[in-house]
Design a protein around this ligand. Structure first.
Ligand code: FWO
Ligand code: ZN
Length: 395
């Protein structure tokens, strides 16, 4: 299959002007002015008019409960698993799947199977070994073997700290798990990243700061998530990011409501703050916590509310950044493209560049998602999914 996307405003993430994008198979062949090719052979050719549209790299959502999550209110609160089109219509072309609170009724073999299914259905998938709790659940019985032997396992997470639902990990057991992930990553050419779930607890990121200050493990070994869940934690994480650490924001479908409800810092305001503090523009990412439960607990630890994360929050955060905070699109979009690709060492992902995977989103002038290509195949056209998972309802 050969595709040319014509006359489109290209954000690599950096803006490079109106270009044609030539896609051959699942790769971006080149990005140039006025591409012309002559075909006198039997090959499928697709031309997409990109006039009036913006091309950005396909979104990398590096924290999605692909199997579903939840359960904090008992069995009836276990959330449903992800579907292909729920991801692609939100612009997501690469996901990293995780287990959360419930690593007992959800297991890693099922998570791996789900990731393989989504890969076959058309997007790129990876997973973390483990769940909230230490000692970590694994497939092979050992963290290092999981990361070295299983291609889709690129790290561990979401390991919970400072949360009443964590396993209350000691410094030593946490440091050991991080060390195993790091060395296994080195031995297998992967990031070996530790995705750390930050709760609302008062110890905040103490465990991370202790590892960084008391061991040889570099700060870039971690991607702490939910950094924006309350203002006090966010302040700590701004300082942590200034020391070179990655920080991951959790999006929200209604950031203004959540800000009023419990002080959650909207991504758009958080990014503005990082820019004011001269934090490296490589060090922030944005994820959806898709299919994860979004429980609200009162001060007694009682469950008083429950929602489910969706990838729809991602483009909402980008639009708010551009429209409400006047942040350039080429900066905001890094959170979903080149930055997670760098943090998680995802080769050929996160950029519109020659040789990279043909994962792209075409946005309209209102920054709504219009067309999505994953591995060179059109998955969403005119804002409507045209490729579905095996058992999905067609639109
Ligand atoms: C966050 C996933 C939380 C699951 O703290 O961590 O619960 O296992 O499905 N979600 N526990 C949501 C807040 C950031 C709003 C998870 C959830
Ligand atoms: Zn979490």
């Amino acid at each position: 299959m050969i595709t040319i996307i014509r006359n489109v405003d290209v954000y690599k993430p950096e803006y490079i002007g109106k270009k044609d994008i030539l896609i051959i198979g699942n790769k971006i062949a080149t990005v140039e002015d006025n591409i012309s090719i002559e075909l006198n052979c039997d090959v499928e050719f697709n031309e997409i008019d990109g006039s009036g549209k913006i091309a950005v790299p396909g979104f990398i959502d590096s924290h999605v409960h692909l199997l579903g999550g939840g359960g904090e209110g008992g069995f009836v609160t276990r959330t449903p698993e992800a579907t292909l089109s729920s991801l692609t219509k939100s612009g997501v072309t690469t996901v990293i799947g995780c287990l959360g609170t419930d690593g007992v009724t959800r297991d890693l073999m099922s998570l791996l199977a789900k990731a393989k299914a989504l890969e076959e259905e058309g997007i790129t998938t990876f997973i973390y070994a483990g769940s909230y709790r230490l000692p970590l659940k694994t497939i092979t019985g050992e963290i290092m073997k999981d990361i070295i032997a299983i291609d889709k396992i690129i790290g561990i997470g979401e390991v919970a700290i400072s949360d009443h639902r964590s396993s209350q990990p000691s410094f030593d057991e946490f440091a050991k798990a991080v060390a195993d992930a790091r060395v296994a990553g080195m031995l297998s050419g992967k990031a070996g990243v530790v995705n750390v779930h930050l709760g609302d607890g008062k110890r905040q990121i103490e465990l991370l700061e202790r590892i960084v200050s008391e061991t040889e493990i570099p700060i870039t070994q971690f991607v702490p998530t939910h950094v924006n869940r309350n203002p006090e934690l966010f302040e700590k994480c701004v300082q942590y990011a200034k020391k070179g650490g990655y920080i991951d924001f959790t999006g929200s479908e209604d950031p203004d409501y959540n800000e009023k409800l419990d002080g959650e810092v909207p991504f758009s305001k958080g990014l503005k703050r990082l820019m004011e503090e001269n934090v490296s523009m490589d060090n922030f990412t944005l994820t959806s916590d898709g299919q994860g439960s979004l429980p609200v607990f009162n001060e007694k630890g009682e469950l008083v509310g429950l929602g489910v994360g969706t990838s729809r929050c991602l483009i909402k955060a980008i639009k708010d950044s551009v429209k409400k905070q006047n942040i350039p699109l080429e900066i905001a979009i890094r959170a979903l493209t080149s930055n997670p690709a760098k943090a998680f060492k995802l080769k050929n992902k996160g950029k519109i560049e020659k040789g990279f995977d043909a994962d792209l989103c075409l946005l309209d002038k209102n920054l709504d998602i219009d067309t999505v290509l994953a591995k060179g195949k059109v998955m969403v056209k005119d804002k409507t999914p045209i490729v579905f998972g095996t058992f999905e309802e067609r639109y």
